[in-house]
Design a protein around this ligand. Structure first.
Ligand SMILES: Nc1ncnc2c1ncn2[C@@H]1O[C@H](COP(=O)(O)OP(=O)(O)OP(=O)(O)O)[C@@H](O)[C@H]1O
Ligand SMILES: [Mg+2]
Length: 243
């Protein structure tokens, strides 16, 4: 594994321009497309909020989930990872798309989706091929890869545990874009292996009961707060501590 990771580190020097990349970034990735905007400032606020939590206890692997699909996990995680890479250039930062069913990280970043986590967990590629640097930023990304037949089984596998250990050994901050927690077991499996889990809640859409059920589903995970997404800008996109 050590030798493989060494290759991964070397590979991070390369800019991703492989075939299959659209090279177009979604305009909602404001941390990249509009870094001076009010929206981008919200992600900086979220990043520094996490920083203050990290000062209280180590939190290397942070997972983002929500009760239901479409609440804004991917947009939040991608913006936050890019913000972290810009705010803390001395740190090694990794974004992993663990949503093997409806992967969107590569899509919103105009990045090539394969090979990614799915291929890695099925033994079809090496770690060095799955970990790639995003353009000329400091951010490393493992995209989801092609949708597998049994995503839950892959995410619960020994290989996934070993992969998370390898990234813990080689990166300072790791951000996981999870699937929604109510429909599948995937999110609860991964949240339990993370140091902190953040619930993304779509303002005026997600029902209180759904959030409560999602938190119950995540039993065993350290839920550190929530992001209220899509609210009015004065209140939207902030991280509210539960405890
Ligand atoms: N703060 C926001 N402002 C504007 N549009 C947003 C915002 N957050 C999310 N969206 C849009 O809402 C839709 C769902 O967002 P996103 O893909 O991030 O959700 P998700 O929780 O990751 O969904 P899924 O469960 O399918 O993975 C997308 O079209 C996205 O661009
Ligand atoms: Mg998503």
């Amino acid at each position: 594994m050590d030798q493989t990771m060494e290759k991964a580190q070397n590979f991070l020097g390369r800019v991703d321009e492989g075939p299959g990349a659209r090279n177009e970034v979604d305009r909602r990735v404001v941390s990249l497309t509009a870094p001076a905007s009010v929206g981008a400032e919200q992600y900086r606020t979220l990043f520094y909020r996490l920083e203050r939590m990290r000062a209280l206890r180590p939190m290397k692997v942070v997972a983002f989930t929500s009760a239901m699909p479409g609440e804004g996990k991917t947009v939040t995680t991608v913006n936050l990872a890019l913000t972290a890479a810009r705010a803390a250039p001395e740190r090694r930062i990794l974004l992993i798309d663990t949503d093997l069913r409806r992967s969107q990280v590569a899509n919103v970043l105009g990045f090539k989706n394969t090979p990614g986590l799915s291929e890695l967990l099925q033994g079809e590629c090496q770690l060095a091929e799955a970990v790639r640097r995003f353009r000329s930023t400091r951010l490393a990304i493992v995209p989801a890869g092609a949708a597998p037949e049994e995503p839950t089984q892959l995410l619960a596998s020994r290989r996934m545990k070993d992969f998370l250990q390898a990234v813990r050994d080689n990166f300072d901050e790791v951000y996981l874009d999870l699937p929604p927690s109510l429909p599948f077991a995937d999110a609860s499996i991964l949240a339990a292996q993370s140091d902190g889990t953040v619930m993304v809640i779509r303002a005026n859409v997600t029902r209180t009961r759904q959030v409560q059920q999602a938190i119950e589903h995540l039993a065993g995970a350290a839920i550190v707060g929530c992001v209220l997404n899509g609210g009015p800008l004065a209140t939207g996109g902030y991280l509210k501590a539960y405890k």
